[in-house]
Each structure stands twice: as structure tokens, then as C-alpha cells.
Design a protein around this ligand. Sequence first.
Ligand code: MN
Ligand code: MN
Length: 293
Amino acid sequence: MFVPTTFFDAIYDYEDAEYVIFGAPFDNTSSFRTGSRWAPDKMREMAINFETYSPKYDLDMTDILVHDAGNAFVSVNIDETLEWIYEDAKQIVDDGKFPIMLGGEHSLTYAPVKACYDACDEKDDFAVLVLDAHFDLRTDFRGLKNNHACVSRHILEDITKKYVSIGIRSGPREEWEYAAEEGIKFYSNEDVFEMGIKEIIKETMEYLNSDHIYLSLDMDALDPAFCPGLGTPEPFGMTDREVREVLRAFAPKTIGFDIVEIAPEYDNGQSAILATKLMREFIFAREASKKLS
Ligand code: MN
Ligand code: MN
């Protein structure tokens, strides 16, 4: 038997595909533990664990038009990497396909977000939803504008103010003050606990009021008990079911998706297993909504 270098059940050619998965193996600006560059291949390895059939949605992954393009070519330099990944993502969306990027670190998200925005025919409707433990609202960090701690700031300043983040529980005083001053819509981990995820989903749905949402899942939104293989783990996070609820609710309204910041060397595969499962739940939920409409 051969271990595939692509997701075993992503069986369609690029030309026929509706979803195009690609890895982005870059982690050079990670501020605590590097290693997210290994996540895409770890997820492919772990996917073999799963059945292709979803009893919840009565859908089989092999019937969904998914292509795994492999890993994007990256530079050692973040700015150059962002340019290259932008070109790759832009090609995918220009070809009418749905991009799913597997990081890699969170700074990379800027590239597919920009590509989806540039290709979006209803730019006023374009919105970004981020799940993250961290604000990522710094203008720059450790000498780099495009450090992984800055991605949401650049999205807000350069691309769209239609933005919500969920799971926030870490940031310097300046980021909390900036978020308050700018009226940035976010839900902390305490909000998730107190309000319940269903209420937050309802409010976020109304606030964004968009059918062109880019959804970015920084896996450190999850509690390290569920997802210990992270670059910057932060306790008291969201549960696996809460994150799944968000993905299921918003998947039908998305035009792009990514999963970032898993560092698989720090666990025994469970974070990559969870990320892989969440990606599959996302695809199933989006497909199921199309079947209904
Ligand atoms: Mn982040
Ligand atoms: Mn984070």
C-alpha cells in the first residue's frame, strides 16, 4: 500500500473540481513554536482514518468534486510567499473554484482573502469571519509587517471592515483598546461560555449579513485540550463541537476557507485529525446546503 500525498478521497482532477485544497507549508514568522509547515501533509496522512460517508448529511466525499492540488511553493520570505500564494489562490477563484488553504501560519490568510475579495463580484457584501484565540491586530511584530500576529489588522485596514472574530482571549492591552476604539466586532472565549455558541452564530450571521464570507480557522481558537499541537496554545478555548457548529452554520455562505496554525510535532496527531475532520464537516455542510436550495 502507498501512503498518498494528497487527500485519499479528493479524487477529482483540477478541471472537474469545485473545491481545490492546497497546502501552504510556511511558518517562518511564528512567534513561539514553529512547525505549522508540516500540518498539510499531516492532515493528509490522518485523513485515511475517516470513512468517506457522512451519516449526518447522507453525502459521500467521493461524490463531491474535490481536488487536492498539493502544496504551494513557498519562499523563505513572507512577503514573497504571500505574493505567490495570492497568485495560486487567484487562479483557483478565477477558474470558478472554491479555495481551501491548509497552513502554515496565519499570516498566509491575507493572500487567499485578497484573492477572494479581488474576484468577488459583490465587494460590498464581502466579509471575513475569523476563529482565533488571538486578535492578530498588531501593525507589525518583531520587525515584520506580515507577521502571523498581524493578519486581522491588515485585513481590516486593506480589505474589509465587515469582520467578526470569535474565541478571542489573548492580546496585549493595546490590542484590546484598539478593538474597543475601532468598534471591531469580536466574541471572547468568555462570551462563548456565557452566551452559548448558537446565540453568537445568530448575532454574527445578522451582523455580517453576507453571502460572500471568507472563513479563517486559526486552530488555537480551540482549547489545547482538544488541539494541543499548536504554535501558540492558549487555555480556556472553544470546544471541538462549538467550532463545528460555527463551520456548519457559515459554510453555506462562504466563498473561501482556511485552517491554519497547527504544529503537528507537539502532539500525537490529534490536532491534525481534528482539523481534517473539521474540514470535512465544512465541505459536507456546504454541499448539503446546495442540495437543499
Ligand atoms: Mn491567528
Ligand atoms: Mn491564534
